[in-house]
Design a protein around this ligand. Sequence first.
Ligand SMILES: [Zn+2]
Length: 419
Amino acid sequence: MMFDARALSYLKEAALERLLQYVAVESTARFGEPSPSSPGQVELGRQIADELRAIGLDDVAQDRHGIVTATLPATPGCESRPTLGLLAHLDTSPEESGTNVKTRVLRAYDGSPITFPGAPGRSIEPGTLDELAECVGHDIVVTDGSTLLGADDKAGVAAIVTAVAHLIAHPEIPRPRIRVAMTVDEEIGQGIKHLDIAAFGADVAYTLDDDKAGTIASETFSADLAIVRVRGMNSHPGTARGRMVNAIRVISDIVDGLPEFIAPEHTEGRQGFLHPYDVKGTVAEAELRVLVRDFATPVLAEREEFLRQLLGVALARHPGAQGSVEIVRQYRNMVDGLRDRPDVLDRADAAIRAIGLEPRRTEIRGGTDGSQLTERGLPCPNLFAGMHNAHAVTEWACLDDLALSAATLVALAREWARS
Ligand SMILES: [Zn+2]
């Protein structure tokens, strides 16, 4: 095995120290703001850039969007190996506060219910949470319940920084050239579009933004946004008979026609959905926004066609109404881009086995920065970093899994150094 218990415990303490430092810097992404959407992300990035310089990385830079990049050169003899990219995001979810995070480290968690003084009535316990049951006996970190923890994705950042520090301290471990990127605004889907992939210069990459030890997310949804627009005909309601055409009623018919079995609240696993999530309108005009999701990219077109048919039926029921469906492409399942690069997943499997775990390939019912990067030509699956219950005030990080995440990255560097 590549790491013994002592080495893992060293990685754990190093990563914990970093995680606690990073979560102390508020870096909440903000909806509706240009990227970077909050100054805290830039500040956290600045601190991490300083840390990467102090550790000894080259070319450390923070661009005008707040994205931090750095280089770890290859060990002698591995210069011609593919450049390995490692990415994590600096921002935290806008859904909960990330200000003044008060952490509690529970050593050798005993499995009793965890209560949150900052959120009276809230608690988590292994009996109802399988993920927490798997952390019994491990060291975990939670907050007081008044904020999220921010392990999504500061655990990912801590895993990467701890791994590159370990590689610098152990030049006997062969590694290819490594490029690190700490990105912004992942939580609002904005950060990665400012990453200059050519300048980043990685041949393969991995995001560190997943939960359980051993997990490799190799699939995400494919995603479109459908915008249904309807025009009605307004008139005074007192004299509306035979004249008024109510756009709100047309939209209601469409929503009514969406079957429950393709609604997010009734689907799981590999099932996709049509999700009406935003509606606004008047008698004269109304607009409905629908998320279109599926793991099989061609199914998106089928669902969109179904939506057009629903609109057609609704328009026929309301003579005089007009309508259209606009499709906005969002992102594509990374499996589409990884199909001809099985080595990217195979080497991750090998790295996870090298630290004594069994790799577990999963799919994400959403998108990652990696789905966009893969679509843009940089194959990029997502690896575990030990975060759990993300976006909630009951979020926790499993420090043993965080240590295993850093260890996996060291093993991954060694894997990519092999020809
Ligand atoms: Zn994340």
